[in-house]
Ligand binder design. Structure first.
Ligand SMILES: [Zn+2]
Length: 196
């Protein structure tokens, strides 16, 4: 067993996604063996991210300001809202460079398996956001069971609104994760979206 402080760091690192015993041990030893001045930027970045990053008050994407750069950009098409499960998906779609609308981040998906209810995700704010100025809501949740369930729920909740509800075109691998799909496939899926 390592001394307490070191063991504690290993345990904390192990809580990160994809970090197993061996990686946590390697990271912890590397952190320990760095000089003080080399570790400071990492410590500061950890504190900074918690202090300075908040959720945008419109779309809930991560932001340094109350309203994110995308929501406050007058050149974006505010009548088209792309609904995604995670901030990672905003980054993936932005990277494809083809989408001009705005976003809504759910911070999760409905899952009967994992007991995640509509009230556990940021869906109520989406319904409130969809006034008459919104023409289209593109549900870009992943093409797996949870993503489909979430899309169906959103479509039902928006059925009495004036906006169209669309879903990304097929061609995305079933169960595939948006942020792993190449830009061209994602661009085509956005272009070929269909009403649901
Ligand atoms: Zn925003």
């Amino acid at each position: 067993m390592y001394p307490n402080s070191l063991q504690k760091l290993i345990e904390e690192l192990k809580k990160l996604p994809g970090v197993g015993n061996k990686s946590a041990e390697r990271f912890a030893l590397d952190i320990l063996e760095r000089k003080d001045q080399d570790i400071e930027p990492l410590v500061n970045a950890l504190i900074d991210v918690h202090k300075n990053i908040i959720q945008c008050n419109v779309c809930a994407h991560y932001s340094q300001a109350e309203t994110c750069d995308i929501c406050s950009n007058p050149h974006r098409d505010h009548s088209t809202i792309c609904v995604v499960a995670s901030p990672k998906d905003v980054i993936a779609i932005e990277r494809s460079g083809q989408y001009q609308g705005v976003y809504h981040v759910l911070h999760g998906v409905i899952s009967t398996m994992r007991g995640i209810l509509p009230s556990d995700i940021n869906v109520e704010n989406l319904i409130k956001r969809c006034d008459d100025s919104v023409k289209e809501v593109i549900v870009a949740t992943n093409p797996n069971v949870e993503g489909e369930t979430t899309a169906m729920y959103i479509s039902k909740r928006l059925s009495d609104k004036a906006c169209d509800v669309t879903r990304l075109a097929s061609g995305l691998p079933m169960g595939g994760l948006l942020d792993y799909i190449d830009d061209l496939t994602l661009m085509k899926a956005i272009e070929g979206r269909k009403k649901i």
